[in-house]
Design a protein around this ligand. Structure first.
Ligand SMILES: Nc1ncnc2c1ncn2[C@@H]1O[C@H](COP(=O)(O)OP(=O)(O)OP(=O)(O)O)[C@@H](O)[C@H]1O
Length: 270
């Protein structure tokens, strides 16, 4: 379990990125931090692996304050996947995936065997192992990024807008792949996005942040839709504009469910 207790981050220039945040992130579940640009999502995420230290409050992992853990040690046990995959361009795919296990002192052979298995796990052909990142598509690069994040078999996987830079079709594939992976692996995933649809699709818990780094609501997608905490949340999730309101219409004798934009969402089984 990851717990934020009254956490504030004020950067040296005076910017308050995160203000008085309390959240509990349950193990083996996906928590999505969602909010507009500058709402403090990345700062909050990076406080988990001490890429950023809070100026007030505590971040605990299984009851232990991360401030008491050596940052390098901590980071080697937590997977981190970032936008644009963050792969080292001059190193082959296999080397990118095996980097951290090798740093941790794993034997070369074991680290490479494991890296090949991880390519299978994320749905990549092993023939890509000897290619360089620039020889891969954006979606393939992101998958390598996920494989690298999983390489140390972490309990916690941090994902910072990992699918932000790919086209919508590939993005949708990667989202489905993450759902499949999460079903198999059951990691504690903390995922940052701007996109409320992505948040609702992936999150067991969705944390809606607003400017100034305050949390507007942290709850399941169903709870947020049914009971938005305030007008900001209602607007952000599209509840007020009726964007998500579904209604039933008939076409050729079949009953269709249609969303607020008139797009069919499905057919009602009779
Ligand atoms: N190193 C820093 N020094 C000063 N201010 C910073 C620093 N890093 C982030 N900030 C500021 O803190 C606020 C929150 O930034 P953060 O990157 O956490 O937000 P975000 O929600 O992840 O944004 P985005 O979606 O654009 O990545 C912003 O106002 C940002 O300009």
């Amino acid at each position: 379990m990851i717990e934020f207790r009254d956490v504030t981050k004020r950067y040296p220039d005076g910017t308050v990125a995160v203000a008085g945040v309390d959240i509990v992130i349950e193990p083996h579940s996906t928590t999505v931090l969602v909010g507009s640009s500058g709402s403090g999502k990345t700062t909050l995420l990076r406080m988990i692996n001490r890429m950023v230290d809070p100026t007030h409050g505590q971040v605990l992992i299984d009851g232990e304050d991360v401030a008491t853990v050596d940052p390098v040690q901590l980071r080697r046990g937590i997977g981190y996947v970032m936008q644009n995959s963050g792969l080292l361009p001059h190193r082959k795919v296999i080397d990118n995936v095996a980097t951290v296990p090798l740093l941790r002192g794993e034997k070369r052979r074991a680290a490479y065997d494991r890296a090949l298995e991880l390519l299978d796990t994320v749905g990549l052909d092993r023939s890509l192992a000897d290619k360089y990142p620039s020889q891969l598509s954006g979606g393939q690069q992101q998958r390598v990024g996920v494989a690298r994040g999983l390489a140390v078999d972490p309990n916690i996987l941090l994902m910072d807008e990992p699918f932000g830079a790919v086209d919508p079709i590939v993005r949708s594939e990667l989202q489905q792949e993450l759902l499949r992976l999460q079903g198999e692996l059951g990691k504690t995933v903390v995922f940052v996005t701007h996109d409320i649809d992505e948040a609702f699709l992936l999150g067991d818990q969705v944390v809606i942040m607003q400017q100034g780094g305050k949390i507007s609501q942290a709850a399941s997608p169903a709870e947020i839709l049914a009971n938005p905490a305030d007008a900001f949340v209602a607007d952000f999730v599209g509840a007020e504009r009726g964007k998500r309101a579904l209604h039933v219409t008939e076409l050729d004798g079949r009953r269709l469910v249609v969303d607020g934009d008139g797009r069919p969402a499905g057919v009602l089984a009779s």
